[in-house]
Design a protein around this ligand. Structure first.
Ligand SMILES: Cc1cc2nc3c(=O)[nH]c(=O)nc-3n(C[C@H](O)[C@H](O)[C@H](O)COP(=O)(O)O)c2cc1C
Length: 161
């Protein structure tokens, strides 16, 4: 039985590819975090202070709704959580995802893609959504990261089983 999950949100497909490669390289289950209302190009316009993403990211308590959920989360000890960096941190939908579950005793490992920003203060924002879990330091990858690098990274964390 697989005890590692790779869950990801991806608005334009970059993180999706990295998440798929990560899951395949370590033999983990894969779960896509799907927003109830998909993000349109206009929603993603960071130049517009009134766009959906701008409004959500300015309000750290925003919790965009998600379609469905992970079946039997209890079986997973380790959950990799992938997302695009938005305004230097994780999109608030990642908190919606994490807060749906009892994560007690689990290890959460963030990973991200971005234009250039690193993980920044991502974990400081995610920590309150990971009650009872161990939130590990995550890593940002470029869009074209190879499967070997992803595997080496995942193994270096030492939480795989
Ligand atoms: C609303 C918004 C905010 C973003 N903020 C940042 C940022 O702060 N730093 C950065 O390097 N890239 C930023 N980006 C670029 C994305 O992180 C990057 O394109 C990412 O790889 C997209 O992943 P996806 O295709 O999985 O959604 C932002 C993109 C959007 C749409």
């Amino acid at each position: 039985m697989n005890r590692t999950l790779v869950a990801y949100f991806s608005a334009s497909g970059v993180t999706a590819k990295v998440a798929q490669n990560l899951a395949a390289s370590i033999g983990a289950d894969l779960f896509e975090i799907v927003p109830e209302t998909p993000y349109t190009d206009a929603d993603l316009d960071w130049n517009n202070p009134h766009s959906r993403s701008s409004v959500e990211m300015k309000d750290k308590s925003s919790r965009p709704a998600i379609v469905g959920g992970v079946e039997s989360i209890g079986r997973y000890d380790t959950i990799f959580v992938g997302f695009p960096i938005w305004w230097y941190v994780a999109p608030t939908i990642i908190s919606t995802f994490l807060e749906q579950y009892d994560l007690t005793g689990k290890t959460i490992i963030p990973f991200a893609t971005s234009g250039s920003s690193g993980m920044g203060r991502t974990n400081a924002d995610l920590e309150p959504s990971c009650k009872g879990a161990l939130l590990k330091e995550g890593r940002r990858f470029s869009a074209n990261v190879g499967t070997d690098e992803l595997k080496r990274w995942a193994e270096s964390i030492g939480e795989l089983n």
